[in-house]
Design a protein around this ligand. Structure first.
Ligand code: EPU
Length: 406
């Protein structure tokens, strides 16, 4: 593959930022919105509860003058777990929310107890019948809260709730992913009072109301990382454009350690495959560590390294489902507890694969491209939840890839 690929806006920034629309009656104008299924579902959920607006290409103009219904349906939450992000803002502005328990990718236990603990401490009364979470409150009140563990959407939910709470909220041990930082920027643009006196701590002065804003969503670092990894396979020469290089420092360090040929220039990566790749020992961690959302894709690349690599997953407890499928392609990977041992140098041969989650799908696409012969990936709709036009972007680079059915 050769040529330039332009990275879309970040799905995991756009999701909480759409939820933030609930916090104000004002119009929020987003640009660089990724055209992926999870965003379409979230936008539909917003409209279900009362938002008015439209999507036009990569722009969304939307406002929530009134909450028409406090119900976020099962249909929405089954497709994207991010629907839980509506809980904090709906409670903060309307005092009422009923959200079906979230579904999403099968990558292990995905608890929401820290979100609920925080909101309860702020004065919400939350009940669950196993299927729905029902929550109500008078005005939420500011609290001091230390997250017992790092959570991305938990941090985002409580930041949004605190923006309209009565008094000051201090949140400690917060997640610091660039998507959290971008949400904090949007909330500031909407009039919220948020500062960060120390790393991992946010202090939020509650306001009585917020207003509309104009916001450009940051580039998707996971999509960028996926194409960067794709470029490291033999025969490829790719310019990955519209990236924020520092968002991917952990991946750049790993790939440099493996001997990959990458040049960073301004907002772009130029990567050339073909250099002999050394094995790597990788551990997933909260930002700025190596992201779990690139673990599967990097594992595919490690099947081509000269030697034995290890990949330890510390964020989710069942995120190695791509391993069995990569082995069916000819990889030699063994899962031992929370780690995968990847014996590199495998000759991959095309076959029929079945994918289980979004990032695993991307890993299998990379495997299929590197393999000899044809690979067929079933369940590939998963890919479209989070990668805008991946088949078209790859075709433009010269890959032979066709969608048979989504
Ligand atoms: N956790 C708890 N209690 C909580 C919240 C989380 O124990 O209340 C645990 C989880 O069980 C998990 C770990 O903490 O083991 C991390 O979970 P986190 O809450 O950070 O994940 P998330 O917010 O549900 C977001 C992304 C995921 C990404 C993770 C980790 C969005 C919409 N989703 O999920 O993205 O993997 O952070 O970085 O932002 C993806 O895009 O493919 C994806 C899965």
């Amino acid at each position: 593959m050769a040529g330039r690929v332009v990275v879309s806006g970040a799905k995991n920034a756009a999701l909480p930022e759409l939820a933030a629309v609930c916090l104000s009656p004002g119009t929020v104008e987003f640009s660089n919105v990724p055209l992926v299924e999870d965003i379409k579902v979230m936008f539909a959920a917003l409209r279900e509860i009362g938002a008015e607006g439209e999507m036009s290409g990569h722009d969304i103009r939307v406002a929530m003058p009134l909450l028409r219904s406090p119900l976020v349906s099962r249909q929405t939450t089954q497709t994207t777990r991010a629907s839980i992000l509506l809980l904090g803002p709906m409670l903060a502005r309307h005092g009422l929310a009923r959200v079906a328990m979230p579904g999403g990718c099968p990558i292990g236990e995905r608890k929401i107890d820290f979100h609920l603990q925080g909101l309860e401490r702020m004065g919400a009364e939350i009940r669950t019948d196993g299927e729905y979470l029902s929550a109500r409150c008078a005005r939420l009140r500011g609290i001091e809260f230390e997250f017992p563990g790092k959570t991305v959407t938990g941090t985002e939910n409580l930041l949004m709730a605190a923006a309209l709470a009565d008094g000051t909220t201090v949140l400690r041990n917060c997640a610091l992913e660039p998507e959290v930082t971008d949400l904090v920027a949007l909330l500031g643009e909407m009039g919220a009072d948020i500062s960060s006196p120390a790393e991992g701590t946010f202090v939020v002065g509650g306001r009585t109301s917020l207003h509309g804003a104009v916001h450009r969503i940051i580039p998707d670092r996971i999509e960028a990382g996926t194409y960067l990894i794709a470029g490291c396979f033999a025969g490829n020469d790719i310019l990955v454009d519209d990236v924020v290089p520092e968002h991917l420092q952990s991946l750049l360090d790993i790939l440099a350690g493996m001997g990959a040929e990458i040049a960073v220039s301004g907002q772009a990566f130029h990567v050339r495959g073909g250099a002999p790749l050394a094995p790597a020992h990788v551990v997933t961690e909260p930002y700025p560590g190596f992201p779990t959302d690139l673990q599967a894709q990097l594992t595919t690349l490690l099947t081509q390294a000269n030697g034995v690599s290890s990949v330890r997953e510390t964020i989710f407890n069942d995120r190695f489902r791509h391993v069995g499928e990569l082995n069916r392609l000819g990889a030699d990977i063994e899962v031992r507890g929370d780690a995968a041992l990847v014996r590199g140098g495998s000759r991959l041969r095309g076959t029929v694969l079945k994918t289980t989650d979004l990032r695993a799908s991307a890993a299998l696409v990379l495997g299929g491209l590197a393999a000899e012969g044809e690979t067929r990936i079933e369940n590939s709709y998963q890919l479209f939840r989070g990668y805008e036009n991946m088949p078209e972007k790859l075709q433009k680079l010269g890959a032979e890839i066709t969608i048979i059915a989504e």
